[in-house]
Design a binder for this molecule. Sequence first.
Ligand SMILES: *Cc1c(COP(=O)(O)O)cnc(C)c1O
Length: 367
Amino acid sequence: MKIPFLDLKSNYLSVKDEVMKEIQDVLENTGYILGPKVAAFEKAFAEAHGVPFCTGVSSGTDANHLALWALGIGHGDEVILPANTFIATAWGATLCGATPVFADCEAGTYNLSAEAVEAAITPKTKAIVAVHLYGQPADMDALQAVADKHGIPLVEDAAQAHLAEYKGKRIGGIGKITSFSFYPGKNLGAYGEGGAVTTHDANLAEKVKLYREHGSSQKYYHQTYGHNYRMEAIQGAVLGVKMKYIQQWTDQRRAVAQQYKNLLNEVPHITLPLEASYAKHVYHLFVIQAEERDKLSQHLNENGVSTGLHYPVPLHMQECFRHLGYQEGQFPESEKIASKGLSLPMFPEMTTEQIEYVVSQVKSFYK
Ligand SMILES: *Cc1c(COP(=O)(O)O)cnc(C)c1O
């Protein structure tokens, strides 16, 4: 049996007719950038996350940049973010000319530790970026308390956490400003690149819109510096269709996770992902910690099960950040998940038969 890591094809087939019609509409109306379909998607996405403002942009990485840019982060500033995240979280800071400052995660949730953040604060700290890693919200109240104590904005990187909830409230409007990604493999995926920035703050939303479009609200008149970070109309059209199904797909992901947990519960040598009491996890990824991780991964791959590593090298150990002077051993929890974490196949369309096969292969490895 062959189990893909994710199955974008079956997801596409489930929305094919609707999506094709919407794309054809865009092609015939010849408005290929932004336009009414992007605006409609922005409105639906904002509503789904309980925020008044959503700006569709060109990628999650660009959304990371825009969120910090709108906050006025610049040269000489420091931005605290987790050591265990995708590199793009750090690009948000570097693209503003700021320095990323890494902090370790909590052992159980793998999300940014408020104590670690507190210890990393300096007079130069100008923002804290919490990543809702693998689809589970970070402990926002604890992080907000640190942010408030120092008068620093708390930012959310929600690239992996569409529709996730913290204490019964959707993420995306808990911190000051939030970035999302619609990279095809994310829980809500475009058919190309895409991202969004959400916020409660009209002033920040206005800035994001200006920076997205060359610092201009009237064509050829430029109030500020900017960039071209616009969303393509086709992506807005695709995402608009997918918005109708994202709740259902999220429920399916949670059901897949529950089945994995039930079936893997008794297996020694592995640690299952934990859902914090305050969280509604949306399982972008299902990451276990495994003894002999590399051998398990090899065994699964040899038996047709695709797996992933998220992420094998923590940011403080990346070559590109060597000049920042971090040492191995400095962030033990981040290093542990990098060396022991293994992402099992996870997608909404996964069948019980597929889940059972993955589980049987994990079990056979440790027998
Ligand atoms: C995917 C991802 C991004 C970047 O999104 P892109 O759309 O691929 O640019 C940023 N942060 C995190 C945590 C991500 O997982």
